[in-house]
Design a protein around this ligand. Structure first.
Ligand SMILES: Cc1ncc(COP(=O)(O)O)c(C=O)c1O
Length: 405
């Protein structure tokens, strides 16, 4: 059984105060906090087993390599990938998408080929494709959502042509909290040999992921949003696709042979992991997956849904508030504005009550433009959020609104 009291004890940061008030952390969509299990095991690894991976024959190098490869195995199981070689460690989701965009690059895309994005994408799933637009001349086509963040397959069907090569789409909007109909989109795309990349940054933190069932070609996420360290992320890619992609970054470990006048490349996954990787962070991600998976098995997602619904109910009862995507009542995040007050002012004032939320464009300028708003405040929950957090947030928000009235 998921036991919120016990879970909260696992996150040391929750016992600190800010401005003399207990911390209420409602910014997990930006970055989640880390449980003691992750921090202590990282420390232990660094104190006892750390060395560079893959290169040595000495004891520590082997211990470090084993731990690093064990982390890959954990990610493989977490995503239900078919093979460990399909798991590439990157610096984060942004890096993973840049890897795909650069590796596919001119080898795969020709001038006037088309990439479809939704208006809800995070800048990290927009800018790398803009680079390709500038470099190769690909066309970026956009699919709008409705005001709740729903995407219609028909809208995608209407803009797909024989030049469409890729659909790159978020699993869950980091502004509206809506989920996209991935399965339908992927089935449709594959009938037309269109590749699909899924940005799982928000989705991976709140859903069971099964890349084989989903049948996506690529899936990316960041460690720091699933209770792991920053500086590590994952690119999952289907073996046959990755195996036919050229490397992007060059350096140590990604080669088979280097001569003065030629090079050959290593097999997967090394081909895409040039240089010394973020060893400790990848291993930390493995520990985060252990912890996260055990909480999922305890019923985390039903608990989260209950908290999310409580959260939405309470927020929607507040005067002068406009919630974006208000019908997504089970979503783990709420974006809102308060009539007549800038979101930054709201966030700043409630910070003084110990409540951490975010305000701004959330790296989603096309979406905010579409929603006709410059900035929103966003509060988001994690596995450690309890009803008391929500109650404190609501009181702080009420107080801020009354202050600016
Ligand atoms: C939906 C989505 N995609 C991509 C990213 C980028 O993640 P990172 O900065 O960890 O690479 C984020 C981060 O907020 C996100 O929410």
């Amino acid at each position: 059984m998921f036991d919120i009291k016990e879970v909260r004890k696992d996150f040391p940061i929750l016992s600190r105060e800010v401005y003399g008030k207990p911390l209420v952390y409602l910014d997990s969509a930006a970055s989640s906090q880390k449980p003691r299990h992750v921090m202590e095991n990282i420390k232990k690894f660094e104190e006892t087993d750390y060395a560079n991976v893959h290169r040595g024959i000495h004891f520590l190098s082997n211990a470090s390599t084993d731990a690093f490869e064990m982390a890959r195995k954990k990610v493989k199981i977490f995503l239900n990938a078919n093979r460990e070689e399909e798991i590439i460690f990157t610096l984060g989701a942004t890096d993973s998408i840049n890897l795909v965009a650069n590796s596919l690059g001119e080898n795969f895309f020709k001038k006037d080929d088309e990439i479809i994005l939704t208006v809800m994408e995070h800048h990290s799933n927009i800018v790398p494709w803009h680079f390709l637009r500038e470099k190769v001349g690909v066309k970026i086509k956009w699919v709008d959502c409705d005001d709740q963040g729903n995407i219609s397959l028909d809208d995608i069907k209407n803009i797909v042509t024989e030049r469409t090569k890729l659909i790159s789409i978020t699993e869950m909007s980091n502004v509206l909290g809506s989920k996209t109909p991935l399965k339908e989109i992927i089935n449709f795309s594959h009938e037309r040999e269109i590749l699909v990349l899924v940005d799982g940054c928000q989705g991976a933190a709140h859903n069971i992921i099964d890349v084989q069932e989903l049948d996506c070609d690529f899936y990316v996420f960041s460690g720091h949003k699933i209770y792991g360290p920053t500086g590590v992320g994952v690119l999952y890619g289907k073996f046959d696709i990755l195996d036919n992609m050229p490397p992007w970054r060059g350096g140590g470990e990604m080669i088979r042979e280097v001569k003065k006048d030629s090079i050959t490349y290593a097999d997967l996954p090394s081909r895409f992991e040039a240089g010394t990787p973020n060893i400790t962070q990848a291993i930390g991600l493995g520990f985060a997956i252990d912890y996260f998976t055990s909480k999922i098995n305890d019923g985390l997602f039903s608990y989260e849904k209950e908290i999310a619904q409580y959260f939405h109910n309470e927020v929607q009862g507040i005067k002068k508030i406009k919630v974006y995507g208000e019908k997504n009542i089970s979503s783990p995040l709420i974006s809102f504005t308060v009539d007549g007050t800038h979101p930054h002012d709201i966030a700043t004032l409630i910070d003084r009550e110990g409540v951490a939320i975010r305000a701004g464009h959330h790296c989603c300028q096309p979406l905010l433009k579409f929603l006709n708003v410059n900035s929103t405040a966003r509060a988001s929950i994690g596995m450690y959020t309890d009803k008391n957090d929500i109650d404190i947030f609501i009181k702080a928000l009420d107080k801020a609104i009354t202050f600016f009235d």
